[in-house]
Design a protein around this ligand. Structure first.
Ligand code: PMP
Length: 394
């Protein structure tokens, strides 16, 4: 037989398959809670006005599209740092530097590849998690060590985290969601982050913090609490950042990876490995979206416009969550916990049969895990969703 015919059919991505089913459904009142993008109360995912303004300026002023380098747009990388690491000391005294990546996915990929290059063999991670975390860990040949992220009661499971850290070895890495946990929406409270920072430091673990939804949870500053708290404690860390949600740039693929070293003098050497890995993988990141973010962040009026739009998104998601929580029990499902969860996602505890009935009988499309995109709910369809949950569980 031929060589390429050795490539076996891979299972279709379940969420992409769900999009196809949703598109083919003729019902006017169908509800898509699958895909992870923000939607307005009228169901749209518009380009931010701040991005439109920045793109306009980019169109008028950009005079070359000559290559940058594997590090991408460093003015973008630096302009983001006060928001991520705090305006008071955004470089942690020169100990943090970064590079642009193709989205948060590129940033997670590079962070894990850097950890591997540095000699890390095991990645500890709360489960369930964003499915791509495990895929990237496996693709890099790293060993994944899972622990439960949440208790059955819907709290962050500190006991499992403590047990995981206790059985980890110094030099292992721990991958943490900075905020707006995907898929559970269950974040660590500030006091829990304080403990995590102490535990991770004491054990000598390398923290890898994935911050893909800053500003979509409780606010830009609040959502960075855990990251800053952990980085304030440990000598070294890696941060994977995405601008794809908080600037609505999804397909433009805007992200950055940051390295924090014990000593500022070590930063360039460490990051040169990121450049080498990027060169061998994608050479350099796509420019357009990062350039638009840079233009916003360098202009106070555009910053105000962007933050207003982000505030509106967050307020809408809070409104949806409050309405779900206020409905309390929908059949056998208690929706109250969704009120205090954060970000785009939560899990509604339905079984496979109930999820199928949600789709077939009620036109509600949700992932097989029970994950819903809360931004897929609007003041116009939320009652239909709650009634559907009640119907399939009673
Ligand atoms: N990390 C997490 C936890 C995510 O949920 C996502 C997006 N779904 C990403 C990283 C990557 O985002 P992107 O590559 O679209 O910027």
């Amino acid at each position: 037989s031929t060589v390429l015919s050795n490539l076996q059919q891979q299972p279709a991505d379940a969420l992409l398959a769900l999009i196809k089913l949703h598109n083919a459904d003729p019902r006017a009142d169908k509800i898509d809670l699958g895909v992870g993008v923000y939607r307005t109360d009228s169901g749209a995912t518009p380009v931010f006005a701040a991005i439109k303004a920045a793109e306009q300026r980019l169109l008028e002023t950009q005079d070359s599209k000559a290559y940058l380098g594997p590090e991408g747009d460093m003015d973008f990388v630096h302009a983001l740092m006060p928001y991520v690491f705090g305006a008071a000391n955004p470089t942690f005294d020169g100990r943090i530097e970064g590079m642009q990546t193709p989205g948060g996915t590129g940033a997670v990929r590079l962070a894990l590849a850097l950890a591997k290059r540095a000699g890390v063999a095991r990645i500890w991670m709360g489960t369930p998690s964003w499915p791509n975390h495990a895929q990237i860990v496996a693709d890099l040949g790293l060993e994944l060590k899972g622990f439960g992220h949440a208790t059955p009661g819907g709290q962050a499971d500190m006991d499992s985290l403590r047990a995981a850290v206790a059985s980890a070895q110094a030099g292992d890495a721990i991958l943490l969601h900075g905020c707006c946990h995907n898929p559970l929406g269950i974040d660590y409270a500030p006091a829990q982050w304080d403990e995590i920072a102490t535990l991770v430091k004491a054990k000598g673990l390398l923290p890898i913090i994935d911050l893909a939804y800053q500003g979509l949870g409780e606010g830009m500053e609040e959502d960075a609490y855990g990251l800053r708290r952990v980085l304030g404690e440990v000598p070294e860390a890696l941060v994977a950042y995405s601008c794809d949600k908080n600037f609505g740039l999804y397909r433009d693929r805007v992200g950055a990876v940051y390295v924090m070293m014990a000593d500022a003098a070590q930063v360039n050497a460490a990051l040169s490995n990121g450049h080498a890995l990027a060169r061998a993988a994608w050479s350099m990141p796509p420019d357009h979206g990062a350039a638009a973010v840079r233009i916003i962040l360098q202009d106070q009026a555009l910053v105000a416009l962007w933050q207003g739009e982000l505030d509106e998104m967050r307020a809408r998601m809070r409104q949806v969550r409050a309405k779900l929580a206020a409905s309390g029990k929908a059949g056998a499902v208690d929706l109250a916990p969704l009120g205090s969860q954060n970000g785009l996602f939560s899990i509604v505890p339905l079984n496979a049969e109930q999820i199928l009935a949600m789709r077939e009988k009620h036109g509600v499309y949700m992932a097989g895990s029970g994950r819903i995109n809360v931004a897929g709910l609007t003041m116009g369809n939320i009652d239909q969703f709650i009634a559907a949950v009640a119907d399939v569980t009673s």
